[in-house]
Design a protein around this ligand. Structure first.
Ligand SMILES: *[C@@H]1O[C@H](CO)[C@@H](O)[C@H](O)[C@H]1NC(C)=O
Ligand SMILES: *[C@@H]1O[C@H](CO)[C@@H](O)[C@H](O)[C@H]1NC(C)=O
Ligand SMILES: *[C@@H]1O[C@H](CO)[C@@H](O)[C@H](O)[C@H]1NC(C)=O
Length: 360
């Protein structure tokens, strides 16, 4: 009976997914990202063959490297959570849905936001796979041993321990994401968008490599630190997120070209090459102020803002000058806590009122 129910659910999912695939061939290119928003256990129930992946990705995940599927899911979750965190105070707050397109319109709009999404998702994949390598969960990768035994004994340190090896994760992310996006529909502007997405996915991989840190541990008599063992370690993912957010803010507007080479739109700087770590975009972003369903913009109405902040979360900027509503919210907290002999803490309940502001 349970089996039949599970089968039913999986059938419904498959039909829904197939349906949305046929509706949005371009959108669904990003749909491996869906693994980052789906409930735990659902992909397993659906069966690998029914996942919203390209046929190449399915071949990789279901046949050749099924043990990598958990890392792909972790990577997608990591990327999505970081996008939420980096943009929580902005007009575009990286909202996501449970649809295969996850980020909706922004996945294909060719804007700076599209650029950030591709970069952070690709970086998430490298990060998750690399961590899994270092944890000893994979047969094809482990810690980076190439550094072992070298270092600078005269300066009192040497490489040792487990250095994170981003090589495998990086090359996996390339294979998994780039080939996946080469094939598929090439709607108008599709080629330029594909080239843009690939560039930004690579920028995400570079960001993981660029932010790798060195950690050391001291040895020697009572903390004298006469000898140090050092290893390379991935930066926490929020550090990668901040790195990419800076690239997003300095994103490079490039020309619509189907050729692979990217060129700046800015005439005066056209000769300046575009670096691998830079994020590039084709189209200017909307201002994200007002709701525009056709363009997939939800607008900032009802968003919570800060009356005193001069940053993007300040009411003036976030509400685009429309003004804001003030609500009084009552909150109850534990306060005036005292230690009572022996042994507990007694607190009073204090009520406080505070103002909350939301955009008109
Ligand atoms: C983004 O803002 C909308 C309101 O406009 C809100 O419903 C949504 O939860 C926010 N998303 C995130 C990821 O913070
Ligand atoms: C390694 O595998 C174990 C057991 O499958 C799992 O619990 C753990 O989360 C994995 N670690 C990483 C970093 O993927
Ligand atoms: C694209 O698809 C064609 C056949 O549909 C295949 O021959 C080709 O190898 C694919 N290209 C990539 C890069 O996967």
């Amino acid at each position: 009976m349970e089996d039949r129910a599970a089968y039913g659910i999986h059938r419904i999912y498959s039909v829904l997914l197939l349906f949305s695939f046929s509706l949005c061939p371009l959108l669904c290119r990003g749909s491996w990202m869906w693994l980052g928003v789906t409930a735990l256990g659902v992909p397993e129930k659906m069966g690998c063959a029914n996942l919203p992946l390209s046929s190449r990705q399915k071949d990789m995940m279901c046949r050749r490297k099924p043990h990598l599927l958990p890392s792909v899911k972790d990577g997608a979750r990591l990327g999505i959570a970081e996008c939420h965190a980096q943009f929580r105070h902005e007009r575009w707050n990286c909202s996501t849905t449970k649809q295969p397109s996850v980020f909706g319109y922004e996945l294909t709009s060719g804007t700076k936001e599209t650029a950030f999404i591709y970069a952070v998702m690709s970086a998430g994949l490298v990060h998750a796979v690399t961590r899994s390598c270092s944890a000893g969960n994979m047969t094809e990768c482990s810690c980076d041993t190439s550094l072992q035994g070298t270092g600078s004994p005269s300066q009192g340190w040497h490489w040792g321990g487990c250095s994170d090896d981003v090589q495998f994760g990086t090359s996996f992310s390339r294979k998994f994401l780039d080939y996946a996006s080469v094939n598929g529909s090439t709607a108008k502007g599709g080629d330029a968008l594909i080239a843009m997405n690939q560039h930004n996915s690579e920028a995400g991989r570079q960001a993981v490599a660029k932010t790798v840190l060195t950690d050391c541990r001291c040895h020697g008599v009572s903390g004298s630190c006469a000898v140090k063992t050092c290893w390379r370690t991935l930066a926490p993912f929020d550090r990668v997120g901040r790195f990419l957010k800076e690239r997003y803010e300095n994103g490079v507007h490039v020309l619509h070209r189907s050729r692979r080479k990217v060129r700046r739109k800015d005439k005066d700087r056209r000769r300046l090459p575009v670096g691998k770590e830079e994020l590039i975009f084709l189209n200017k972003s909307p201002n994200y102020c007002l709701e525009d369903r056709r363009a997939g913009v939800v607008g900032t109405r009802g968003r919570r803002c800060s009356r005193t902040s001069a940053g993007p979360d300040g009411c003036n900027l976030l509400c685009c000058g429309r003004g804001y509503n003030t609500h009084v919210v009552r909150s109850v907290e534990r306060c005036e806590c005292k230690f009572v002999w022996c042994c507990y803490v007694r607190c009073r309940r204090c009520e406080s009122m505070s103002d909350m502001h939301t955009c008109k």
